[in-house]
Design a protein around this ligand. Structure first.
Ligand SMILES: [Zn+2]
Length: 398
């Protein structure tokens, strides 16, 4: 047995209960007990004990949209073709370490070149959980074509979906519209594929039990994604070439079909004044939230100016939607896990679930900014002290 007991001023289970003071017992990679410290059962002789008398323990954060292979400012996505597999793998490793330092214990990676995501992750066990999507589907010269997923025929689309699923992709990613980081003929305002092409991809994925995430900025691409029955819409900015066109009927349909929307809000979104000004974006998000759309937070980490560790700094933006700090925490943990179909593994603290948790200095339900200064991260039982010296961090890995 390799048990650890963590006690804290409060333990937020994410299931509605708060134990104050509370304790969590972890054995290897699994939570085996939690409850009020006064009810901590005996029989954990030999267990390592970590006492955090001021801190709050809560589920680890979930970022539903990252690109660990991109490397942000140092390696813009358009330059990815010029990099070796070793360089991409190093970028992924660095990103994983940054996530642990930021208290992020699960991410969904929505696009990497040539299976570098799977090949790299297979070699690293002490890391956050990563839901992969491997090579995203795109068109010639289209958004993120440098990742190797250019296809046009229906047969080619089905083949790439099958190849990705066979390699172990947890999600299939389709570049439904162009993007802002590609340049050239790629337009974020227009669909890249025909309805029949996207439908073929969705059918091929669903035949294998794999959900589909579609990158869609413009309203036309959002409509296409909804029409063909995707599972997740990324960005969903409702942009047109000359402004915005939020379609309330379409919003209702997204809600009715339980399609999740990851609006990719990063730590800079709230101060944005350019083509996607925050007041407009905030109002769109409010409309979707009020209509019952299942929003899941994600940062798009890996794009320029958005390193993997920035995610906790993005969450304050959701306060502007009228959510309380506790509701934002719920969105970034329990609800994120449920919408990403991993609620049976993580997202809350309960016996039998993966030991994915963080500790922050004080009470984040009073001050959400507490999430930006984690003092402990545990990912599948692996312990990290974000601000510790390298030597101290090494000891926790023993
Ligand atoms: Zn992205």
């Amino acid at each position: 047995m390799n048990a650890r007991i963590i006690t804290a001023a409060r333990v937020l289970t994410g299931c509605g209960a708060t134990h104050a003071p509370g304790a969590v017992v972890v054995d290897e990679d699994e939570i085996v007990w939690l409850g009020p410290t006064s009810e901590l059962p005996g029989g954990w002789g030999g267990a390592t004990r970590i006492d955090l008398p001021e801190a709050t323990v809560l589920p680890g954060l979930i970022d539903a949209h990252v690109h660990l292979s991109f490397g942000g400012a140092t390696h813009p996505p358009t330059a990815i073709q010029a990099r070796t597999r070793g360089e991409v793998a190093a970028t992924i490793r660095t990103g994983l370490a940054e996530l642990l330092g930021a208290g992020v214990t699960t991410v969904r990676d929505l696009g990497a070149p040539h299976y570098t995501d799977l090949d790299t992750l297979a070699l690293i066990h002490d890391r956050p959980r990563v839901l992969t999507s491997t090579i995203p589907l795109t068109v010639a010269g289209g958004h993120c074509h440098g990742l190797g997923g250019t296809i046009d025929s229906i047969a080619g689309i089905r083949d790439l979906v099958a190849a990705n699923a066979d390699r172990g992709a947890d999600w299939i990613k389709i570049m439904g519209s162009g993007g802002f980081t590609t340049g050239g003929a790629s337009s974020p305002y227009e669909p890249q594929f025909t309805d029949a092409q996207v439908r073929a991809a969705v059918e091929a994925a669903h035949e294998r039990g794999v959900p589909v995430a579609v990158h869609a900025h413009g309203t036309a691409a959002i409509r296409q994604a909804v029409t063909v029955g995707v599972d997740s819409i990324e960005h969903c900015t409702w942009m047109t070439s000359d402004g915005f066109n939020l379609d309330r009927g379409l919003v209702r349909e997204i809600a009715d079909r339980a399609i999740l929307v990851c609006p990719t809000i990063n730590h800079l979104a709230r101060s944005a004044a350019g083509r996607l000004p925050w007041p407009v974006r905030r109002d769109h998000l409010r409309i979707m939230l009020e209509a019952g759309v299942r929003l899941v937070p994600g940062s798009d980490a890996g794009i320029p100016h958005t390193p993997p560790g920035c995610y906790p700094h993005s969450l304050s933006a959701y306060l502007d939607l009228g959510l309380s700090p506790a509701e934002v925490i719920d969105l970034a943990t329990r609800r994120a896990a449920e919408t990403l179909r991993i609620g049976h593994l993580t997202g809350t603290l309960a016996a039998g679930l993966s030991a994915d948790l963080i500790a922050v200095p004080s009470d984040p339900t009073r001050d959400l900014a507490q999430l930006t200064t984690p003092i402990l991260t545990m990912a599948a039982g692996h312990l990290h002290h974000p601000n510790a010296t390298p030597e101290a961090e090494e000891e926790t890995r023993a």
